[in-house]
Design a protein around this ligand. Structure first.
Ligand SMILES: *Cc1c(COP(=O)(O)O)cnc(C)c1O
Length: 396
């Protein structure tokens, strides 16, 4: 039989399971096998699968109007932008279809802001090792991962990457050429690494002193994932000038957003930027439904509560497998176990036991479950990981 994947560009290597249906935190194959989903489309299905409010928003809109382009007004987008700006530092929102597009908008807006003030030399972005910002040319240059840059031409001018945690390097790197410091408050792909809260506060202060902007990539760690609506809210006085969102903000529908203050957004005027699909009626219908649920304080309080159960469970795994587990990492429901060897075999073993988890960075088994998980789901997942770790014949 021919390979059914023969014509798919093989940049991914998925396992053989085929999922055809999802409900809440569970996924089902055609044969009816049930899986517990603790990766949620990589922190995307924040409200689980087939959430009734999201299904309703999408299908109702689907019967009315799908697409206009931004030649015409989309009232649901105006409403969502109002809600976002009422709740955040931001005054302006640009809607995109993905994270990498939100990153492109952020990079362009930061440079244009300084340029509009006559500061044409301020084009540099200071980023951190372990960063991941997406796969466009701009985003791979911002991410700085040599594996993702290889073969795609010369590096784009204006990106300086410093070692995560190297305060001296940071102090040297932020100069009068710096357009912005660009950081994930909790790194996802780079190994589920949370920047200490006082460092975010320090970054804000440093940027203010040097006239640089502060940009957060909260594409993975935002939208309630850490138990605050945005991960930077754990820190005091750490508001950004620009913030990128995607993943959870669409709950599974392709949606991203780039938020900025009025001052920073001022030079972004007709013709400065655009997207054919960004902010389309389908995405905006779903986006409003997701926002209304996740931005609710009671919902976030429940995320914080269940995060405690996850943290406890992971700690118990670290305690009972000290030979295999290095540490517990991450924040809230973007978390994981740093293992002492490559985590792929453990991920595969979990899947064979009907639990879906991810991997990240160096040796991290990553958990990013839907935000609606129960204590019971957590106990089940921890039990499976416990078994998988016990059976794991770690190669050292
Ligand atoms: C996933 C991700 C991106 C890229 O988003 P896409 O929707 O895949 O383009 C950028 N930054 C972070 C932190 C991410 O997790």
């Amino acid at each position: 039989m021919s390979d059914p994947r023969a014509h798919i560009m093989p940049v991914y290597a998925p396992p053989s399971e085929v999922f055809v249906r999802g409900e809440g935190v569970r996924l089902y194959t055609e044969e009816g096998a049930e899986y517990l989903d603790f990766i949620a489309g990589i922190a995307v299905n924040a409200l689980g699968h087939s959430h009734p409010k999201l299904v309703e928003a999408l299908t109702e809109q689907g019967k009315k109007l799908w697409h206009l382009s931004n030649m015409f007004r989309v009232p649901a987008g105006e409403q969502l932008a109002d809600k976002i700006c009422a709740r955040t530092f931001a005054d302006r929102v640009f809607f995109t279809n993905s994270g990498t597009e939100a990153v492109e908008c952020a990079l362009k807006a930061a440079r244009k802001y300084h340029w509009s003030k006559g500061d044409e030399e301020r084009i540099e972005f200071v980023t951190f090792t372990g960063a991941f910002h997406g796969r466009s040319l701009g985003a791979i240059n911002a991410g700085g991962n040599p594996k993702y840059l290889e073969g795609f031409g010369p590096p784009i001018e204006g990106f300086t990457q410093i070692e995560w945690g190297d305060h001296d390097a940071l102090d040297t790197a932020v100069t009068d050429k710096t357009a912005a410091v660009f950081v994930e408050p909790v790194q996802g792909e780079g190994g589920v690494r949370a920047m200490p809260e006082e460092c975010l506060t320090g970054l804000r202060k440093l940027c203010d002193e040097r006239g640089a902007l502060l940009i957060y990539d909260e594409i993975q760690c935002g939208m309630g994932r850490t138990g605050q609506l945005f991960a930077f809210e754990w820190a005091e006085n750490a508001q950004p000038d620009i913030m990128c969102l995607a993943k959870g903000i669409g709950g599974g529908f392709p949606l991203g957003a780039c938020l900025m203050t009025e001052e920073v957004g001022l030079p972004m005027q007709p013709g400065s930027h655009g997207s054919t699909y960004g902010g389309n009626p389908l995405a905006m219908a779903v986006g409003n439904a997701v926002w209304d649920i996740i931005s609710d304080e009671a919902f976030l309080a429940e995320v914080r509560r269940v995060s405690g159960t996850v943290a406890q469970g992971l700690k118990s795994l670290a305690d009972s497998h000290p030979d295999k587990v290095e540490s517990v990492t991450g924040k809230g429901l973007l978390t994981g176990l740093k293992l002492k060897a490559a985590p792929k075999p453990v991920q595969n073993a979990c899947r064979e036991k009907n639990l879906l988890v991810g991997v990240a960075g160096a040796n991290v088994l990553r958990l990013a479950p839907p935000l609606i998980i129960s204590d019971e789901d957590v106990r089940e997942a921890v039990g499976v990981i416990d078994q998988a770790l016990s059976e794991w014949e770690m190669e050292s």
